[in-house]
Write a protein that binds this ligand. Structure first.
Ligand SMILES: NC(=O)c1ccc[n+]([C@@H]2O[C@H](COP(=O)([O-])OP(=O)(O)OC[C@H]3O[C@@H](n4cnc5c(N)ncnc54)[C@H](OP(=O)(O)O)[C@@H]3O)[C@@H](O)[C@H]2O)c1
Length: 445
């Protein structure tokens, strides 16, 4: 049994039973009718949304977990009972690929109210902005948005403040691809005495398909430097404020969420900066050539840098970061780190796509390989990963042969779609060490 929702004591309120569409599909729902619901399919909300039926407290007790399924009457309209406590139900499966971030935030108001959230990569029109909006809807104490372009940060701040005038929004300008900038930004955040702790960090910023192999001033391939190293360094530098939050909050509720992607492979250990031809790499490190051909790439064995490969490796690192972090930070502090694929959303992420890549994507879309989802649906899995209490237990487990079960999410659910090398404990330890070498600083928590 897990917590399904909370309603303040002594408050007269409508309570809603929510079932997913599949459950309700072949049943007729309405006042005075009966229907069947599997306990795993519902959750309790205070708010109205689609596919739900009003029920009273006694009826909820009547279908309390333990039954495989329960037939229950839907009460006549207007008959609601007083609810005076906390309700526990089995895990709901109410979130899916169509769920919007706002819906998730509204399902977990207590996880947000009065908390401090930091989100990287916030620009109006991107997933970071929608993520910030969703958090802001439930009265957080502070929402800190991180970005590299001052005008975009300001536009985001203006829009967020106009929509949520009671929330304290702040911005941090950080260029994640430059370690010095990350260190300056982290130091600034640590110096804010009126923001003593950080409850949730969403590492959302990202670049994709940088056309030419580019090495940063720190000597690291730019996609890996930005998407992984910058976030990993930022998280470690501001860890004292995450640890501070973890001390005064339930185990598993302080979170680091890494927005990864769907095409994860392994790390290019022997050639992190893409200097060797792919065919000269050890077999296990070579990219999946057919995949790249499908995306319009040619001579894939001969080339060293394929823009999409740079992205995939960095996104693999986003998952491994969590696997290693959980080993250090979960038992000791109760901090949970996990990664997710947000789905396909039309944003500025495609700004560097070649014509061939765009054509290949169009063909895939026409063939039903993927479809675009809304920004809200794209941000929803970040919200679930940040907030759902059920994800704060069983960290690092092996389930059905899958190592580090729960390290990766997709469509708002724990997913096994990350490759084995992206959730391997050994690979994760290796990446943590490599990251320490690349930033010339050790982080042992
Ligand atoms: N959209 C999708 O279909 C999709 C699919 C899978 C994964 N994702 C992941 O989702 C996340 C959000 O992407 P999005 O789709 O919302 O794309 P987006 O609109 O391009 O947003 C990316 C954000 O990251 C920021 N950023 C990039 N490089 C940075 C750097 N060096 N330092 C600081 N900030 C930096 C960008 O700032 P500027 O705009 O100022 O450059 C922007 O605010 C990314 O991690 C992406 O990999 C997206």
């Amino acid at each position: 049994m897990r917590e399904g929702g909370k309603i303040p004591d002594g408050v007269w309120t409508d309570v809603f039973l929510v079932a997913d569409e599949e459950t309700l599909a072949d049943e007729s729902i309405g006042p005075g009718k009966y229907y069947k619901v599997a306990p795993a399919m519902f959750n309790v909300f205070r708010k109205e949304s689609k596919d739900m039926v009003r029920i009273s407290t006694p009826l909820m007790r009547a279908i309390h977990p333990g039954d495989d399924a329960a037939a229950m009457p839907v009460p006549k309209e207007g008959k609601y009972a007083r609810f005076d406590g906390e309700i526990s139900f089995p895990l709901p499966r109410q979130f899916n690929e169509a769920t919007e971030a706002l819906e998730v935030a509204k399902a977990f108001p207590d996880q947000i109210r009065g908390k401090t959230v930091m989100i990287t990569g916030v620009n109006v029109g991107g997933l970071g902005f929608t993520t910030a909006q969703a958090f802001a809807s439930q009265s957080p104490a502070h929402v800190i948005i991180v970005g590299r372009t001052p005008e975009k940060l300001q536009a985001s701040l203006d829009a967020l403040r106009a929509e949520f005038p009671d929330v304290d929004f702040r911005s941090l300008q950080i260029e994640l691809g430059i370690q010095k900038s990350v260190r300056v930004g982290a130091a600034e955040f640590l110096s804010w005495t009126d923001v003593p702790e950080l409850n949730i960090l969403v590492n959302n910023a990202g670049i994709m398909c940088v056309p030419e192999r580019t090495i940063t001033t720190d000597g690291i391939e730019i996609t890996f430097a930005t998407n992984h190293i910058g976030h990993w360094l930022l998280a470690n530098l501001i860890m004292p404020k995450l640890i501070k939050a973890s001390v005064s909050n339930p185990k598993g509720t302080t979170r680091v969420v890494n927005v990864s992607s769907g095409l994860t492979t392994g790390i290019r250990w022997s050639d992190i900066n893409f200097e060797k031809a792919n065919k000269d790499l050890p077999a296990v490190e070579q990219p999946p050539y057919e995949l790249f051909r499908a995306f319009g790439y040619t001579d894939v064995e001969e080339k060293s840098y394929l823009p999409l490969d740079g992205y995939n490796r960095s996104k693999t690192a986003n998952i491994l970061f969590g696997v290693a972090a959980n080993k250090m930070l979960y038992d000791k502090y109760g901090i949970v780190t996990m990664a997710l694929h947000p789905g396909a959303i039309f944003t500025e992420l495609s700004r560097n796509f070649s014509d061939k890549m765009t054509e290949a994507l169009e063909v895939m879309m026409n063939n039903g390989v993927f479809s675009w989802r809304s920004q809200g649906a794209g941000a929803a899995t970040s919200l679930v990963a940040s907030l759902d209490p059920k994800l704060g237990v069983g960290i690092g487990e092996m389930v059905n042969g899958s190592d580090n079960y729960g390290a990766f999410m997709y469509d708002c659910q724990i997913s096994d779609k990350a490759g084995p090398l992206a959730v391997s404990s050994e690979e994760a330890d290796r990446l943590w060490k490599l990251s320490e070498e690349l930033v010339k600083q050790e982080f042992n928590w």
